[in-house]
Design a protein around this ligand. Structure first.
Ligand SMILES: O=C(O)CCC(=O)C(=O)O
Ligand SMILES: [Fe+2]
Length: 273
């Protein structure tokens, strides 16, 4: 197995078959992932059961709330890039642009957000369709001290769809979930590093600030978070497995590939408990 760092974050692993790796090799992969924030294991050839078995080594699989895009036989698997066209032939942008509206973390609307998200590439377009990642550790480090002090110990409220209520992929009865609260400055449970927990598309308010201050502070955070330092851009190949540490990174899809081409992934959300 070969491990190659891709920059300040991101690592590529080649020469491993995740169907057969032993616990020692998996331990190396896991540690690389904690260190690099996001890793790609190249050249895999997996059945859905192989993929689920490997994913479970990272934690507990958690079906995504968007039921309309779940795999019909395996609810833990979300299908990305399937049913991209509406009945009238027009492009369904909720599918095509999924994850492309800006940097975000997955599941900030859940009481316990996901530990990790993992994608396995089944079909990749001839151009475009990359995924961008950035470090929430670096995002915290670059904040001015004034903002660090203001956010320390404060909670944000988060909801699927956020202030813009972008929730077209949810069944109607699932759209009424209450907002949840998370600390905005967190310590990663495994690395012990401090990070900025933020999601511009899902945050509603910052608790304890008056509404104007809350909005202004969110805007200021967006300013830092929208140009995050410490990025990795993943250019997909068929057979890639990419897993990101959702506790300490943000990501977004480029959403720029030729719509008539396939870009299809099996996606799983992973929790620690
Ligand atoms: O399709 C991608 O590149 C990433 C989409 C995304 O944001 C996600 O799967 O959570
Ligand atoms: Fe996402």
């Amino acid at each position: 197995m070969e491990i190659r760092k891709m920059g300040p974050i991101g690592a590529e692993i080649s020469g491993a078959d995740v169907k057969t790796i032993d616990d020692t090799t998996f331990g190396k992969i896991y540690q690389t992932w904690l260190d690099a924030n996001v890793i790609c294991v190249r050249d895999q050839s997996l059945s859905i059961q192989d993929y689920l078995a490997y994913s479970k080594r990272f934690g507990l699989l958690s079906p995504h709330p968007a039921k309309s895009t779940r795999h019909p036989e395996c609810p833990e698997v979300t299908l990305l890039g399937i049913n991209k066209f509406n009945a009238d032939g027009s492009l369904n942008n909720d599918i095509y642009r999924r994850g492309g509206e800006g940097f975000h973390t997955d599941g900030s609307y859940e009481q316990i957000p996901y530990k990790a998200t993992q994608l396995y590439a089944l079909a990749i377009p001839s151009r475009g369709g990359d995924t961008f990642f950035s470090s929430a550790y670096a995002a915290y480090d670059q904040l001015p001290q004034r903002l660090k002090s203001k956010l320390e110990g404060r909670y944000g409220t988060f909801k699927y769809g956020g202030l813009k209520q972008l929730n077209a992929l949810l069944d109607e009865k699932d759209r009424t979930a209450q907002p949840v609260r998370h600390p905005l400055v967190q310590v990663h449970p495994e690395t012990g590093r401090k990070l900025l927990y933020f999601d511009q598309g899902k945050i509603l308010s910052i608790e304890g600030l008056d509404p104007a201050d809350s909005m202004a502070t969110i805007e200021e955070m967006i300013g830092y978070f929208a140009q995050p330092p410490c990025q990795y851009r993943h250019q997909w190949r068929k057979g890639d497995i990419v897993i990101w540490d959702n506790r300490c990174s943000y990501h977004k899809a480029a959403a720029d590939y030729p719509p008539e081409e396939d870009r299809i992934h099996w996606r799983v959300s992973i929790k620690s408990q």
